[in-house]
Ligand binder design. Structure first.
Ligand SMILES: Nc1nc2c(c(=O)[nH]1)N[C@H]1C(S)=C(S)[C@@H](COP(=O)(O)OP(=O)(O)OC[C@H]3O[C@@H](n4cnc5c(=O)[nH]c(N)nc54)[C@H](O)[C@@H]3O)O[C@H]1N2
Ligand SMILES: Nc1nc2c(c(=O)[nH]1)N[C@H]1C(S)=C(S)[C@@H](COP(=O)(O)OP(=O)(O)OC[C@H]3O[C@@H](n4cnc5c(=O)[nH]c(N)nc54)[C@H](O)[C@@H]3O)O[C@H]1N2
Ligand code: SF4
Ligand SMILES: [Mo]
Length: 748
């Protein structure tokens, strides 16, 4: 049989690289970057190359697993669904719908069916209890976008391929390949920027892989980013550099920002963040005077004590410096399907209503529809009315990723029912009553439904499934629909029932477009549109609707040259929808129709912060931060040879000055102690980490009984989240604080 090339999107991380696969005898024999891909331009990382091994990992869950007599054993899909029906229905009947929680993990982005479909399950469960990996990550940024621009997905990204100056705060795209911004092939893109005379500046407590390719790198004391950003703003107002003439009519609250920053002391800000005033001044000038510039922040900027204030001030700096919504600056992508900022009346919107729901123990409400995962353990473990008794975890491993994760690991066995959609029996799913295995990458179709909202170029790409699943396999989409049907009280449904449920989902989407007078599909006949769909079943039908009623869609005939799923599938490198275009004011969905620069809650939080700048800070207090690694993806990837080989990577980075100061012996383990817990770690002495700061990666600690991770267990590493206090949250969102945590180091 001949050898063929096939093109697919890698679903592992947000970068969603285009891959070129060599397929021989129905086997993928080689994987490389697709140089014609419009987003990744040929980039591939070790994890993309490892996709085959990931699929063939002997420990991978390949049948549903059901708990019988206390042990997880393989079962048929029918048995698994029957078991879910029995257990989940009992919990709902006995304790009500609020006793069921849903946890959406990071790998959800890698399954189009789960990403597009989890709201269907949530609606069927009719529970307010939605916990997400997002609240361990980026919810401060989502709230910022919702407050300032009116939608969580209205998130300006660096227009890197036209930029002349990029300042990166708390992100490491050389390793992460970008987040809330697709940055595959970052090294090449920076090289091109430098060739154009551009400049990269990195602000990070560690001289990261990204810092190493930057023109300038400044260490910053963890958690002090607001002071640095206030310093930049102060200089911009003080020296009359503000560049908002072009956008003035669209801005609300500029004066309030000016009033807030004009009298602050630059020297005080500099001393708090540890970056010299003259350097802050220079950066302020560069951001304003460079035609196409921007500030981009990620995990280091959101998972800290002041995650929301930091995220907000980044946006404010971009606006004040005149870099928002200009080519080469920070721009709003326009996704081809499902984006709320392409629906309804452009330029204006309504504020989301408060659901009224509060968690029982800490009285936290929804932020952008999500509840803090840092509250999950206590909501499971605390008895009483409204206690969580059942949990459905989709593509997540909160037992390692949530703060104070030992507490969560202790709480999980107390649940009446745990369903994990996963591919491993890992630290979370070992407690499951049922595991439903995920469809492997090459057997499922893929569209980066989430990621594409963050691309620096507008592109429509879709990968159809490459191989058929084994007979009887239940796809991610059908499994999700089946569990939704059970949750909705319909019981286990047959194929006809599943398709009827799917039709309901499609009808609702079509109805929404048909009644939106700004949609290309306004007024369409729903039955007629249904009949036009290119597939007869499955998630592909949902995607066809998404593309056809989306901003570039064919509107089921209204715009015949527009997108359909079939047209996108016919273009394996993607359909180019062009460079990002200015979108203000059209993109806005705020009630005022303006960019809200000074949301009152943010201003109040900032006032509190500024009022407390003279609080005693112990300069000798060591602070713990995290780090990501190119061969891991959060807590997984550690069970695949090609990614796991090499020396122990779960080490504590420490500066030689701290080693001397604390009189530590290099080859002896250290004990780390925080307010939450204690663990032992191995030292790695390096001046890449700033004095006073230590770094340990997350996603390790694979030494738990009952898991099936034979390779990962050989190099288990330690779980940093034992040290993270689930009581420390970003005040405005409840996002976990995972960086800048006080830690003691001792040696026995
Ligand atoms: N201390 C500290 N903690 C952190 C962070 C940090 O920087 N420091 N980072 C935080 C961040 S940014 C995030 S996003 C969270 C992540 O938190 P989680 O989402 O809870 O953790 P992941 O390890 O990403 O879990 C992904 C799960 O999906 C499974 N999986 C992988 N592929 C598939 C598939 O195709 N189908 C199915 N069904 N399952 C699959 C994996 O086996 C794994 O169990 O962790 C957070 N925790
Ligand atoms: N290879 C790989 N890629 C990944 C992942 C992975 O685990 N491995 N995870 C994926 C996920 S879920 C996400 S969310 C993204 C994250 O993508 P990034 O945010 O780009 O990745 P991180 O390595 O977490 O970068 C955070 C940086 O913030 C710095 N930092 C810590 N505290 C502070 C602080 O207080 N201030 C400042 N200014 N900096 C600080 C850290 O030193 C670190 O360099 O990566 C994604 N891509
Ligand atoms: S960077 Fe992310 S999307 Fe690209 S190949 Fe690696 S894992 Fe896949
Ligand atoms: Mo994340």
């Amino acid at each position: 049989m001949s050898c063929q090339k096939q093109y697919r999107i890698c679903p592992i991380c947000e970068a969603t690289c285009g891959l070129e696969l060599t397929v021989e005898h129905d086997q993928v024999v080689a994987i490389r970057g697709n140089s014609d891909d419009l987003i990744s331009l040929g980039h591939v990382c070790p994890k993309g190359v490892a996709l085959m091994e990931l699929r063939d990992d002997p420990d991978r869950v390949r049948t549903p697993m059901v708990r019988k007599n206390g042990v997880l054993v393989p079962a048929s899909w029918n048995e698994a669904f029957a078991y879910i029906q029995e257990k989940l229905s009992a919990v709902i009947k006995n304790h009500g719908r609020e006793s069921v929680a849903l946890y959406i993990g990071n790998a959800t982005i890698g399954s189009m069916a789960f990403m597009v479909g989890f709201p269907v399950l949530l609606k069927s469960l009719a529970t307010p209890q939605l916990y997400t990996a997002g609240t361990l990550d980026h919810i401060p940024k989502l709230l910022t976008c919702a407050e300032m621009y009116g939608d969580v997905f209205s998130n300006p990204v660096p227009d890197i391929d036209r930029s002349q100056y990029l300042l990166i705060l708390g992100a490491n795209p050389m390793v992460s390949n970008g987040s809330l911004w697709l940055a595959p092939g970052f090294r090449g893109r920076v090289k091109d920027m430098k060739k154009r005379g551009g400049k990269l500046v990195v602000i990070d407590p560690r001289r990261t892989e990204t810092a190493r390719i930057a023109d300038q790198h400044f260490f910053i004391r963890p958690g002090t980013d607001p002071y640095f950003l206030l310093g930049l703003l102060h200089v911009m107002f003080r020296d009359d550099l503000v560049k908002t003439e072009a956008s003035a009519a669209m801005l609300a609250g500029l004066e309030s920002v000016e009033a807030m920053v004009k009298d602050i002391s630059l020297a005080a800000m500099a001393s708090l963040c540890g970056i010299a005033a003259k350097n802050i001044e220079a950066m302020a000038y560069e951001l304003v005077n460079t035609q196409c510039a921007g500030v981009y922040g990620r995990v280091g900027s959101t998972t800290q004590e002041q995650g929301t204030v930091t995220s907000w001030l980044i946006e404010v700096v971009n606006i004040v410096a005149g870099n928002l919504d200009i080519p080469g600056g920070m721009m709003f992508p326009k996704a081809p399907a499902f984006a709320a900022n392409t629906k309804g009346q452009p330029g204006i919107g309504k504020k989301a209503a408060d659901s009224g729901f509060r968690t029982r123990v800490r009285n936290r409400g929804h932020v952008c529809g999500e509840l803090p995962s840092a509250c999950l353990a206590e909501e499971i473990a605390t008895p009483g009315e409204g206690q969580i008794r059942a949990l459905i975890s989709i593509c997540g491993n909160p037992a390692l990723s949530a703060p104070n994760s030992e507490r969560l690991q202790k709480a999980l066995p107390g649940l009446d029912f745990l369903l994990s959609f996963d591919i491993y029996i890992n630290e979370t799913s070992r407690h499951a009553d049922v595991i439903l295995p995920g469809t492997p990458t090459f057997e499922k179709s893929y569209y980066g439904a989430y990621s594409i909202n963050y691309a620096s170029r507008n592109v429509a790409r879709f990968s159809p499934a490459l191989f058929e699943s084994p007979p009887g396999w239940v796809s991610d989409w059908d499994a999700l629909l089946q569990v939704s049907a059970i949750a909705a009280g319909m019981g286990v449904v047959d194929e006809k029932g599943l398709r009827a449920f799917e039709d309901q989902v499609i009808s609702a989407l079509l109805e929404e477009a048909a009644t939106d007078s700004h949609s290309i599909a306004y007024g369409i006949d729903i039955d007629n549109a249904m009949a036009q769909l290119s597939h007869t079943r499955g998630i592909e039908r949902i995607m066809d609707v998404g593309f056809r009623v989306g901003p570039y869609g064919d509107g089921f005939g209204a715009n015949p040259a527009g997108l359909t799923l079939e047209k996108i599938i016919a273009a394996p490198n993607g359909i180019d929808l062009g460079p990002l275009q200015p979108r203000l004011p059209e993109v806005l969905r705020t009630p005022s129709g303006k960019v809200e620069m000074a949301p009152p809650a943010f201003m109040a939080e900032l006032s509190k912060l500024l009022a407390a700048t003279d609080r005693d800070v112990n300069p000798h207090q060591l602070l713990l931060i995290g780090r990501r690694q190119s061969h891991s993806i959060n807590s997984w990837g550690h069970n695949v040879h090609i990614l796991a080989k090499g020396k122990n990577r779960c080490t504590l980075l420490i500066n030689p000055l701290d080693v001397d100061r604390l009189r530590l012996e290099e080859n002896k383990p250290v004990v780390l102690t925080t307010t939450a817990g204690q663990l032992q770690a191995t030292l790695e002495i390096t001046d890449e980490i700033m004095p006073g700061v230590v770094s340990l990666p997350h996603g390790w600690g694979h030494n738990k009984e009952g898991t099936r991770l034979n390779l990962a267990q050989q190099k288990p590493g330690v779980n940093i989240n034992i040290l993270m206090d689930d009581g420390r949250l970003d005040a405005l969102t409840g996002n976990a604080v995972l960086n800048g945590v006080g830690v003691q180091i001792t040696q026995e």
